[in-house]
Design a binder for this molecule. Structure first.
Ligand code: GLN
Length: 483
């Protein structure tokens, strides 16, 4: 590797353990990279230079044994700004939480800290994670490192762009309907949404609680696994957290039956996406796996179902932001200034739209027609997958019907924005794990392939995706980001 910031997380950790690199050099190199390129990208809302360097200095005093016992020691990580951190602000991309300092860390943040990860900052997102482009952030634009005129995807656009432009090797995002996988696809990196309940949601600012999951954004599948292993596992503070059970036996190392759902290969797919996905399917065949034509018949109702259930849950979750409770918690500093900042600055248009949609769907006269019907269709969508996984080991689809779009293209047309989520929302509705990985570049932009697995097969999903990884040590990044 020519530069420290080009190195994978597992590579950095190994060099730190061996004493080949000091944590201060690793963190310093990434902070310099942030200084050099983030003014073009806009991935970070907050960078904790001092905190990160302090942790690095402390780790440099650790013995080799200490380093080995902390699997992420020496590794810089970025956090989507809807994950609560008590040492950095948490805004969820919203002015209503301007300068809010959480009183505690999210469980995933605690686990990262305990594993030795060095947290460098908080990344941009669509306000309250509602969106597919990061254009709905109340704070700033995040640009796609492959083409600065295009969106990075969303809602975890800041985390995806930070990893793709090599400002950090690892980042966490959250995925309610595709917000990890879609920006991963648009930015040419790996993004994984674990099985619902595998990763604790404690300290994640809730969007739609029955759909939200936290997961990794990385440049290699191996790094995604490294990060996933740290954050997963039972947490008594999240009542939907699953008990710790071993993953079912990984389904690799033998010919697989891979389902290709015909409803996901429609005319609406952009030609470049189709070409790359078809190439990947050819490679799977050449590796000896069997491609099986399957049907997920309720796919056509997925967007309507998701866009009723997610806003309904959001309208209830967002009721707590009444302008009284948050923003005043920070101990000691400048309370009055903060109060001035937060006052009179409410939700953005997209959040208001979701609250209106959600409260309408839940209102007495419409509950049966909308919310209750959507719940029934959600069950049908889940059953589609159960039936499919009785026939096949995994399912493969394009992650998105298209590639990264230009700013403003869908901003004024929410329905068009929503339709782009067609291939990702189903995994959240069904609670199953999904992973997007880069499989090609078309027209100068990356294309993502999505793997879906039965619930609990998170680790097997990660191992199976490695089959298609071109060169895990040599990530082919955007040429556009020059320091
Ligand atoms: N794009 C979807 C939405 O706007 C998904 C967002 C997410 O996964 N957080 O709701």
């Amino acid at each position: 590797m020519s530069e420290i910031w080009q190195c994978s997380a597992s590579g950095l950790h190994a060099e730190f353990v061996d004493g080949a690199l000091r944590a201060q050099d690793i963190v310093g190199a990434h902070l310099e990279r942030i200084d050099a390129v983030d003014s073009q990208i806009g991935a970070f809302l907050y960078v904790d230079r001092e905190g990160a360097m302090k942790t690095a200095r402390m780790q440099d005093d650790w013995s080799k044994v200490d380093r080995i016992h902390h699997p992420l020691s020496g590794v810089p990580v970025a956090l989507k700004d809807n994950l609560m951190t008590h040492t950095m602000p948490t805004t969820a991309g919203s002015k209503i939480l301007a300068k809010f300092i959480a009183p505690y860390d999210a469980t995933v943040v605690e686990r990262l800290g305990a594993a030795g990860a060095i947290m460098v900052g908080k990344t941009n997102l669509d306000e309250f994670a509602m969106g597919s482009s990061t254009e709905h952030s109340a704070w700033q634009k995040t640009r796609n490192p492959w083409d600065l005129t295009r969106v990075p995807g969303g809602s975890s656009g800041g985390s995806a762009a930070a990893v793709a432009s090599q400002m950090v090797p690892l980042a966490l995002g959250s995925d309610t309907g595709g917000s990890i996988r879609q920006p991963a696809a648009y930015c040419g990196i790996v993004g994984m949404k674990p099985t619902y309940g595998r990763v604790s949601r404690y300290g994640l600012i809730a969007f739609a609680s029955s759909l939200d999951q936290i997961g990794p954004l990385t440049r290699t599948v191996k790094d995604a696994e490294l990060l996933y292993r740290i954050i997963q596992g039972h947490d008594p503070r999240d009542s939907t957290s699953l008990p710790d059970t071993a993953d079912p036996f990984p389904m690799v190392g033998r010919p697989l039956r891979i389902g290709i759902p015909r409803e996901y290969f429609t005319d609406g797919i952009a030609p470049g996406v189709r070409t790359s996905v078809e190439d990947a399917l050819e490679r799977l065949k050449m590796l000896g796996h069997q491609l099986v034509d399957i049907s997920l018949p309720h796919t056509e109702y997925a967007i309507a179902t998701y866009y009723l259930i997610a806003p309904a849950e959001a309208s209830s979750n967002l009721a707590r932001y009444d302008g009284v409770r948050y923003g005043l918690r920070q101990a000691g500093t400048d309370l009055l200034t903060m109060y001035e900042t937060t006052r009179d600055q409410g939700f953005g248009d997209e959040v208001k739209r979701r609250i209106l949609l959600g409260t309408h769907a839940l209102s007495a006269g419409y509950y049966d027609a909308y919310y209750s019907t959507a719940q029934k269709v959600r069950t049908l969508i889940r059953r589609d997958f159960e039936e499919a996984f009785a026939e096949v080991d995994y399912i493969v689809t394009p992650t998105t019907p298209d590639q990264a779009f230009v700013f403003g293209e869908r901003d004024e047309d929410p329905i068009r924005m929503y339709l782009g989520d067609i291939f990702t929302v189903t995994a959240n509705l069904a609670g199953i794990p999904g992973l997007s990985m880069p499989i090609g570049v078309q027209n100068g932009l990356p294309v993502g392939l999505q793997w879906l697995a039965p619930a609990m097969h998170d680790l097997s999903l990660l191992s199976v995706a490695r089959m298609l990884e071109m060169d895990p040590e040599e990530w082919i990044g955007p040429k556009g980001v020059k320091a």
